[in-house]
Design a protein around this ligand. Structure first.
Ligand SMILES: C[S@@+](CC[C@H](N)C(=O)[O-])C[C@H]1O[C@@H](n2cnc3c(N)ncnc32)[C@H](O)[C@@H]1O
Length: 277
């Protein structure tokens, strides 16, 4: 397994600053919009039980808890979980967010056995060697018909990002043929994936109704980062990102991909209702 980002206590601070920046806010806003289309319409109207694997400091969890859902965050980094607990308390959501320190490859028995309405697996795959094994682990705690959401850096964005932002065509050319990268913030090696690689794995695990979204289809290719802090510019950008999250060709070169899918079982819909890829 590549080294994982259990790093010094300065990481949650830097990560939170990143989340609060326009590009971080877009990441969480678009992911939330994609999730709640399915999460906020349960048949019986009750709140969902959500498991956020490698949920870090709760960026997704607080948004879902603010909608009334109960979220359990699993992460192996104590500093991230401490930041999540503090964040949940600060916004009055402590009762809806539970933090569990564990490695996702060894989930405590109570969590791994099913019963969740949704499982998030956001930005974990780049740190894991065994993608099918990780996704099987993510599916196990889900009820039949439950919603899985997988997010990861889109390898298709790597060369574009390098060319446009670093203005380095030689490095962009090299980025075309590698799935290796590094994260400076977490000081860790990463493996880059594409949605086209992960969708068949989800099907192989019996998932249905697989939907593919792009996150930040435009933001990262606008090099004037200062402008993105302007509220009116940001609002226009967010509208654009929300409008293109499921719109080809933009979603295919977005910085991140998000895939949602239903675990096989009751209420999973039919193959004809599927909007794969
Ligand atoms: C890039 S952060 C993403 C956090 C969150 N999912 C999000 O998107 O905001 C990656 C997180 O994965 C956690 N992580 C990585 N490998 C893990 C593992 N094997 N078990 C549990 N947590 C892990 C790290 O501690 C870190 O909090």
């Amino acid at each position: 397994m590549p080294e994982t980002p259990e790093k010094p206590d300065s990481v949650p601070t830097a990560w939170r600053e990143w989340q609060d920046a326009p590009w971080g806010r877009l990441r969480y806003a678009v992911a939330e919009a994609n999730l709640v289309r399915d999460l906020d319409t349960p048949g019986d109207g009750r709140p969902s039980r959500v498991l956020d694997l490698a949920g870090g400091d709760g960026g997704d969890a607080v948004r879902l808890a603010a909608r009334g859902h109960h979220v359990t965050i699993v992460d192996h980094a104590p500093a991230m979980l401490a930041a999540a607990t503090e964040r949940a308390s600060a916004v009055g959501l402590a009762e809806l967010i539970t933090c569990v320190r564990a490695d996702v490859t060894a989930l405590p028995a109570g969590l791994g056995e099913g019963g969740f309405d949704a499982v998030l697996c956001h930005n974990l795959l780049p740190y894991m060697d065994d993608v099918p094994g990780t996704l099987a682990t993510a599916l196990a705690p889900l009820k039949p018909g439950g919603l899985l959401s997988v997010m990861a850096i889109n390898r298709h964005s790597a060369a574009l990002n390098t060319a446009v932002r670093e203005m380095d065509p030689a490095a962009a050319l090299a980025a075309l043929d590698t799935d290796r990268a590094r994260t400076r913030m977490f000081d860790s090696a990463l493996t880059l994936h594409t949605a086209e690689e992960i969708i068949p794995v989800l099907h192989g695990l019996g998932c249905q109704n697989v939907r593919h979204y792009g996150i930040r289809s435009f933001c990262d290719y606008i090099t004037d980062d200062a402008l993105k802090h302007d509220p009116a510019f940001y609002a226009d950008l967010e509208r654009l990102e929300l409008a293109t999250t499921a719109r080809p060709p933009y979603m295919h070169t977005a910085r991140l991909f998000q895939l949602t899918a239903r675990k096989a079982g009751t209420g999973t819909g039919t193959e004809t209702g599927r909007r794969d890829g």
